[in-house]
Write a protein that binds this ligand. Structure first.
Ligand code: 13P
Ligand code: SF4
Length: 299
């Protein structure tokens, strides 16, 4: 069986398998640890294995590599990118910084290593409010690339940021109409959305949470039915961890095609051939590491 083959290979290679909450259910089940991007970055920072196989999208595997320059980091499909991360280049960020001298450049972790290297600090959706609260209110902030997460945090802290117009195609497509329809199907059920959703959608929801925050909410809520407005891969974990509750997607169409590129077959092939190694030039990694480690130091 493929799963046994993966476990045997992982053992013989001294590999740990990390998977994001949006991966296919069978890939999550094959992983040693499943989490949101902050939990996975923390896990990667403390890993004690020769090899990390990262089932997620490229920037996540890159973050693991930056935190583990001496370890081998593999990604089952190196074409699994994040379109939002590719919506700003390091050159564009340098131009923006030149137009705003003295401003703090902050990036969502969904960004390339080159963009992180240009930033003071990065954030995830799980810690953005906490990290951004460390900036003095009078400091100008350039927030890239997600205008929705940036707008969400600016709103929470009562501040205004210069927002880069990037977005997640999977989350930005969610509509208030879809939320209203889900509420009609499941009256009384709380609606959770990811902060990558547009402002009107965030306002129409009950909670705005990272995927890790949604997993914690699901464990603690008294509600039997919960409406989930994020990538549908998370439903596998929510249902497995909370067999007494029912989880309903706002939309079955919320799929990140790149997360779905991770399969049991290419996970096995990555381990068997030790292939698709993630490489980050040390000159870039050294600067990007500062931004990531500052974020992790915020707790
Ligand atoms: P989380 O940090 O909530 O896991 O989100 C990552 C992501 O890519 C959301 O689209
Ligand atoms: Fe990127 Fe959106 Fe996919 Fe997350 S869900 S990895 S932000 S494209």
């Amino acid at each position: 069986m493929l799963l046994d083959e993966i476990r045997d290979l992982a053992r013989s290679r001294g590999a740990v398998i990390l998977a994001h909450n949006y991966c296919r259910g069978e890939v999550q089940d094959a992983a040693d640890f499943t989490g949101d991007s902050l939990e996975l970055a923390r896990k990667a920072a403390g890993v004690d294995a020769d090899v990390i196989v990262f089932c997620g999208v490229y920037f996540m595997a890159e973050t693991a590599k930056i935190l583990n320059p001496a370890r081998k980091v593999l990604i089952p499909d190196p074409t699994a990118g994040c379109p939002m991360a590719d919506m700003i280049t390091a050159g564009q960020l340098r131009e923006l910084k030149a137009r705003h001298p003295g401003a703090a450049a902050v990036c969502y972790v969904n960004s390339t290593a080159e963009v992180k290297a240009e930033c003071e600090i990065c954030v995830t959706s799980g810690n953005a409010e906490k990290v951004m609260a460390t900036f003095p209110p009078d400091r100008e902030v350039l927030f890239v690339p997600d205008r929705h997460l940036g707008g969400h945090v600016a709103g929470l802290l009562g501040r205004e940021y210069v927002l880069w117009p990037g977005y997640c195609p999977t989350h930005a497509a969610l509509t208030v109409k879809a939320i209203e329809a889900a509420r009609r199907r499941h009256p009384g059920a709380p609606v959770l959305v990811h902060p990558e959703c547009a402002r009107d959608v965030r306002e129409a929801a009950d909670e705005r949470l990272s995927t890790g925050g949604m997993c914690r909410f699901a464990r603690e809520t008294a509600a039997e039915d919960v409406i989930v407005g994020t990538e549908t891969g998370i439903l596998h974990r929510l249902r497995r961890e909370n067999p007494g509750r029912r989880f309903h997607p706002v939309s079955e169409r919320m799929i990140c095609p790149n997360m779905k590129k991770n399969t049991l077959e290419n996970l096995r092939d990555a381990l068997a051939g030790m292939q698709h190694e993630v490489v980050v030039p040390e000159a870039i990694a050294a600067r990007a590491r500062i931004a990531i480690e500052r974020m992790l130091a915020c707790g």
